[in-house]
Ligand binder design. Structure first.
Ligand code: ATP
Length: 441
């Protein structure tokens, strides 16, 4: 993780937020390559979940919604984590993570070990519940009536807008509504780089089905498999992924099933995504709280019902961390050690880098790069030896490096070098676009 965090900063993927002021715990900024990678991941999800499907549509809703939303959803009363304070180091910790969190004063020990070594369990305060929602105020007043929350998940407005979206899109149940957007949780102990932060982005989809158990179960199984397969399509190593089914006592009282997709990070297997069969609890809650009818009339069967929901909820930042961890590799190239990010070409920040062999060839090489950039995110690099330029681009995972040399002037061909195999081939300049299109499919 240390190597990765250092590379992420050095190469402009991720910076600590507000670094010049000493940073702010649980917040991160994405640099020039980070934002490209992030957008590619989001587009890949959006295409797979929305654009390529007939029965899923997208929306984009506000971060602050009516505070009653969070009462109805149960977040005001129950969205909390158990917290304890250490009386010596004054640190605050999640009570259910004490065995893995480092002590504030002796980071070589966990909070649990440290407390035991000192005064035993009395070192820590009693457990109390801490609500994770960030509070804010709407308008000029600063009292209870103006209190609102930054959303801790994006899906509640999918439920509250269910009827509007269903009517305008003329979708028939079963169908899904998806959105990508920022969420905020005042995590007690943000950690593991961008894995657990206080501001993050989610990609969520709620799929509405008949509230019939067999029908909901059928779609639940479909989405668990579909979502699991998505990570392979993203290029993640299959042996690092697993599904973990929640035990009965982990499930919310209304939920009929939940599976987490987990990835084996350097800090152990951890949750990337949750897929849950939530029955028709969410829409029912919002109907009760708002007094509005969110039920659906099925034209075919002439039945009126409140649809059940299958939810898929994935973090953009956790996916990005997975992609970084999974792509990181070290090997030897031309007798030198190299770091290579083996991103799937589909999501690599740069698709190709164009190098003139000599600065004398800058003009035609620039022309080629300008032509390619209409379609692909490319980089132009004319600094240092070709070997050095390869290393620089291996480190940011550019799948193809294209060298324009003196022969290119006569044979109208360039050399394309592959990041992973390091093999090179000559390709006609007028075929380079087709070549890249084919490889990035
Ligand atoms: P955890 O148990 O890790 O706190 P959770 O079960 O509370 O996660 P969900 O509420 O199911 O998480 O959120 C859905 C997804 O949103 C998670 O699988 C994760 O990818 C992402 N996510 C949740 N909390 C955070 C966070 N603090 N930082 C980054 N991503 C998050």
């Amino acid at each position: 993780m240390e190597k990765l965090v250092s590379l992420a900063k050095r190469r402009g993927f991720i910076f600590q937020s507000s670094e010049i002021y000493g940073g702010i715990n649980g917040f991160w900024d994405y640099g020039p390559l980070g934002v490209e990678l992030r957008n590619n991941i989001k587009n890949f999800w959006w295409n797979h979940m929305v654009r390529l499907r007939d029965n899923v549509i997208g929306i984009d809703t506000s971060i602050i919604c009516h505070p009653k939303t969070w009462v109805a959803s149960g977040h005001v009363d129950c969205f909390s984590d158990p917290m304890v304070d250490c009386k010596t180091c004054k640190g605050r910790f999640r009570a259910d993570h004490l065995g893995s969190l480092p002590c504030g004063q002796k980071p070589s020990l966990t909070v649990e070990q440290c407390a035991q070594q000192k005064k035993g369990p009395g070192e820590l305060t009693e457990v109390r519940q801490f609500n994770l929602m960030f509070e804010t105020y709407i308008g000029a007043l600063r009292d209870e009536s103006a209190k609102a929350y930054l959303r801790p998940e994006t899906c509640q407005s999918i439920f509250t807008q269910f009827k509007n979206v269903q009517i305008v899109s003329r979708q028939k149940v079963p169908f899904g509504i998806a959105q990508i957007g920022k969420s905020f949780r005042n995590e007690i102990t943000p950690r593991n780089f961008i894995f657990r932060s206080r501001e993050f982005e989610q990609m969520e989809m709620e799929f509405f089905t008949k509230p019939d158990e067999a029908e909901a179960q059928k779609w639940y199984e479909y989405w668990v498999e579909e979502r699991f397969q998505w990570f392979f399509k993203l290029g993640i190593k299959p042996d690092k992924l697993r599904k973990r089914e929640h035990a009965k006592d982990e499930l919310a009282h209304y939920a009929k099933g939940c599976v987490d997709v987990e990835y084996e990070f350097p800090f152990g297997f951890s949750e990337l995504e949750g897929i849950a069969n939530r029955s028709n609890y969410d829409l029912t809650q919002h109907m009760k709280a708002s007094g509005k009818d969110l039920s659906y009339f099925d034209d075919a069967t002439k039945e009126k019902y409140v649809p059940a929901v299958i939810e898929s909820s994935l973090g953009v930042d956790r996916t990005l961390l997975t992609v970084l961890v999974d792509a990181y590799d070290e090997d030897v190239a031309d007798g030198e050690e190299r770091i290579v990010m083996r991103f799937s070409p589909k999501i690599a920040p740069f698709k190709a880098a164009i190098f003139p062999l000599s600065r004398k060839l800058a003009e035609p090489a620039t022309k080629l790069e300008h032509d390619l950039r209409q379609e692909f995110n490319t980089d132009f690099d004319d600094v240092g030896s070709i070997g050095k330029r390869y290393r620089r681009h291996d480190e940011v995972g550019t799948p193809f490096c294209i060298t324009y040399d003196f022969d290119s002037e006569n044979d109208h061909q360039v050399t394309i070098r592959h990041r992973d195999s390091m093999q090179q081939e000559r390709v006609s300049i007028d075929k380079v676009k087709d070549y890249l299109r084919e490889k990035l499919k």
